[in-house]
Design a protein around this ligand. Structure first.
Ligand code: FAD
Length: 511
């Protein structure tokens, strides 16, 4: 079949394009097992919203899981619920099921049906991780350990996974409960098939999360973020948590970067004494705001978001949850005081306390990376080899007043268009360059390599979200200490010695 037939399966949202030699549509666990029994390599695909080319086939077939979707069961333990979903289930569909408490229960066992009955009579529940890309699949979210703004309070997809059914390259199906299997001090992890995985832990602190277990790492957390290189997740048991009684979202428009960073740093200290919690604290730089303004012109779904305040040099989105309105109000008052102390204007803020209004601010945040990706598409017309060019680095615990001004200055010096946004509460930066041509792309890639190397030198994480995929293999090869790279290879060799699953993700073959 021609390439054109597989064009959709040859790329993801990063615009990285590979060679797809065929597509296997899986609608059941049996289909996945059958695909593996062929003994031929394939790239596992959820919804292809990934932004590092991780699901893009590298001269192999694609295993498309989009048709293997829906909830497959529920359980309750001491008032805590978990829902089991098939890997192709979209985040948006999961949310609808939970909001309406309506599930297609065909094939559910008695225990699941009983849990559903009590779920319907309990309060409102949610699945907390939110990469904001609603069309992502749960399988893909698990395999990339997707985070997003709300991971500040709730953690990532892996943290919110109670159990997992995973099909290994050799065809074995493992059921893994959280807390059942973990690495001990000596690097050993007992496995569901009775065998033991033994690895040598590097002495150095991990520079990234995927395939970097240390003493205490749960087996679920080894699979989460492994980008489909160790097995295919067939069923994921997701922890559900009670919806907070009160949820508010506030957008601040600082008139300078200094005002923004002083405010964020102050807020991060102040929140420790609060009765309520910050669920998200996001930073969008001035370029992000400009890109959004351009992008929204053709997007009717964004029309209800108001125009930004005049003089806004950037934006900060703070979301909080509380047990009652009084507690939220006290926190809001403190936030406004801190903003004023940092030189901000109380009138240059928006606040939302209804689901619809909060959703608007969430859409604003999400539209920024969308705008970056769509601008890349514009330049791809003349230069089709352009892809997303971004660093996702983390300097947890370092005051933002030390990081953001310096980072902004460095980005300005490249002369390349850019957008800087961040999960500011976690010191986690998405540094996006937007090159117009191949020359800028090459220069930009060199710049990001240098920036990431510097992050490593200062003890930060070099890839802290979105994974490695194919686009960031160079960072792994060039910056990871040898012992950490060898650990990744050792684990891959153990689970998939013939490299059937996602060949050439994270590092190039041969193993
Ligand atoms: C505009 C935009 C904003 C985004 N913002 C964020 C963000 O804030 N935070 C964040 O974390 N991500 C973000 N993402 C990235 C993206 O949404 C996530 O990577 C998502 O989790 C991938 O899901 P998917 O179904 O599209 O997976 P795919 O892209 O199809 O696959 C991603 C990886 O998962 C593997 N995989 C998929 N399904 C399975 C399975 N069942 N078993 C084993 N491996 C599997 C694939 O092989 C591949 O390695 C954003 C993306 C976009 C486009």
């Amino acid at each position: 079949m021609s390439d054109i037939q597989f064009s959709e399966h040859s790329r993801d949202e990063s615009r990285f394009t590979g060679e797809c030699t065929g597509v296997i549509m899986a609608k059941s666990a049996k289909d996945i097992a059958a695909a593996l029994s062929l003994g031929e390599p394939f790239a596992v695909q959820g919804a292809r919203t990934g932004i590092t080319g991780a699901c893009v086939p590298d001269s192999c077939k694609a295993l498309d899981l989009s048709g293997f979707a829906g909830a497959s069961g529920m359980r309750e333990e001491n008032g805590e619920f978990a829902v089991a979903v098939r890997p192709g289930t979209l985040l948006s569909d999961l949310r609808t099921m939970l909001a309406k408490r309506s599930f297609d229960t065909q094939g559910w066992d008695e225990a699941s049906l009983a849990a559903l009955e009590s779920f319907k009579n309990a309060g409102e529940f949610m699945f907390a991780p939110d990469p904001t890309e609603d069309t992502a699949s749960i399988g893909g979210m698990f395999a990339t350990n997707a985070g997003g703004p709300a991971s500040l309070l709730y953690g990532r997809t892996g943290d919110n996974t109670a159990a997992l059914d995973i099909r290994l390259a050799n065809g074995e199906l493992w059921h893994v409960e959280r807390g059942e299997y973990a690495f001990d001090e000596g690097g050993c992890c007992k496995l569901p098939n009775g065998k033991t995985l033994r690895v040598s832990f590097p002495e150095s602190a991990p520079l990234l999360n995927p395939l970097q277990p240390r003493a205490g790492t749960d087996l679920i957390d080894l699979f989460s973020g492994s980008e489909g290189m160790l097995g295919v997740a067939e069923q994921i048991w997701l922890k559900l948590i009670p919806k907070p009684a009160v949820r508010w979202s506030v957008v601040f428009f600082p008139n300078s970067i200094e005002c923004a960073t002083e405010f964020i740093d102050g807020l991060l200290s102040a929140k420790e004494g609060w009765e309520c919690s910050l669920t998200a604290l996001e930073y969008l730089d001035g370029n992000s705001l400009s890109l959004f303004s351009e992008f929204r012109e053709n997007q009717t779904r964004l029309a209800s978001i108001p125009e930004f305040h005049e003089g806004a040099k950037c934006a900060i989105i703070a979301e909080l949850c509380a047990s009652c309105e009084d507690v939220a109000e006290a926190a809001l008052g403190e936030m406004l005081e801190l903003f004023a102390e940092a030189g901000g204007d109380e009138d240059a803020t928006w606040a939302a306390d209804t689901e619809d209004e909060i959703e608007k601010f969430r859409q604003l945040r999400h539209a920024v990376p969308e705008a970056v990706n769509s601008t890349i598409d514009k330049y791809r017309v003349d230069c089709p080899t352009l892809t997303k060019l971004a660093a996702d680095i983390c300097r947890k615990g370092v005051p933002l007043c030390e990081l953001i001004p310096g980072l902004t200055e460095k980005l300005e010096s490249t002369g390349i268009d850019y957008a800087l946004f961040a999960h500011a509460g976690e010191g986690h930066f998405h540094v996006n360059l937007i090159p117009k041509d191949a020359g800028e792309y090459a220069r930009g890639a060199d710049f990001l390599f240098g920036l990431t190397a510097d992050t490593a030198k200062r003890g930060g994480m070099i890839i802290s979200e979105n994974g490695v995929g194919k686009l960031k293999r160079g960072l792994v090869a060039g910056l990871l200490p040898k012992e950490q790279l060898e650990l990744m290879r050792e684990i891959k060799r153990f689970f998939d010695p013939s490299c059937l699953l996602n060949p050439n993700n994270m590092f190039e073959l041969p193993l």
